[in-house]
Design a protein around this ligand. Structure first.
Ligand code: CMX
Ligand code: CO
Length: 191
């Protein structure tokens, strides 16, 4: 069962500038940043609200790390804008199998690594009336309110737990993001 809009994925050329727009215009703060080399993206998750299923809804800002990635190709063709929508579920495997049985192409045989330790898969946009659709099962330890990551996880990828501990930073988020880039490069390579 799908229980929330997990995120809206927005493709951009310059992540730091786009983060600054969402921060300056709406007051949305960065909750988590990550490089996902498999997906070819550098991303920032801006948490909008928590949801009754124990998860949350985010904006996912995406800058390509290479031109031949899904987001890189899409940006070249379309320019900046909404790239995909993601629905949240406690059971991405079951929901994906169910949707596949209805004749919709599910792009991965098994869910892959997504933001904040989540497991994700995608439905082909041509089978979804032009909307690239992602299915997400969040790692509840990383996304629930007050659910701090374990010490081991903080050592591996502690940006989000750091942010929970200190929700208000003095520096602009874009500046903090660029300071953390080297750390995330290592993190992305591991996954
Ligand atoms: N939304 C709607 N339509 C899209 C689309 C999108 N985001 N991306 C591609 N399409 C359309 C294209 O316009 C094209 O349509 P036409 O043939 O009518 O021109 C068609 O799909 C094929 O597009 P393509 O540019 O040739 O690209 P590919 O077929 O190589 O890849 C897709 C398309 C969906 C399979 C690929 O983008 C993909 O695997 N996406 C899933 C992974 C992903 O998007 N990762 C980034 C986000 C990571 C995250 O959220 O964490
Ligand atoms: Co996404």
């Amino acid at each position: 069962m799908l229980t929330r809009i997990d995120h809206i994925g927005i493709a951009c050329f310059d992540l730091d500038k786009t983060v600054e727009f969402y921060r300056g215009t709406y007051g949305f703060e960065v909750f988590h940043t990550e490089i996902n080399e498999e997906q070819g993206v550098r991303e920032a998750m801006l948490k909008i609200n928590e949801t009754p299923d124990g998860g949350a809804s985010y904006l996912q800002l995406l800058e390509p790390t290479r031109g031949d990635s899904a987001v890189g190709k899409w940006l070249t063709k379309n320019g900046e804008g909404v790239h995909h929508i993601a629905f949240g579920t406690a059971d991405v495997d079951g929901v994906a199998a169910d949707i596949r049985s209805k004749g919709v192409r599910v792009l991965y045989d098994e869910p892959r690594h997504g933001s904040m330790g989540s497991r994700i898969t995608f439905l082909h946009p041509k089978d979804c009336h032009g909307v690239l659709t992602e299915l997400v099962t969040a790692d509840s330890r990383r996304t629930q309110a007050g659910g701090a990551a374990s010490p081991a996880e903080q050592g591996e990828a502690g940006q989000d737990s750091d942010r929970k501990a200190h929700p208000r930073h003095d520096k602009p988020s874009a500046e903090r993001a660029s300071e953390r880039r080297g750390e995330r490069d290592e993190e992305g390579g591991k996954r």
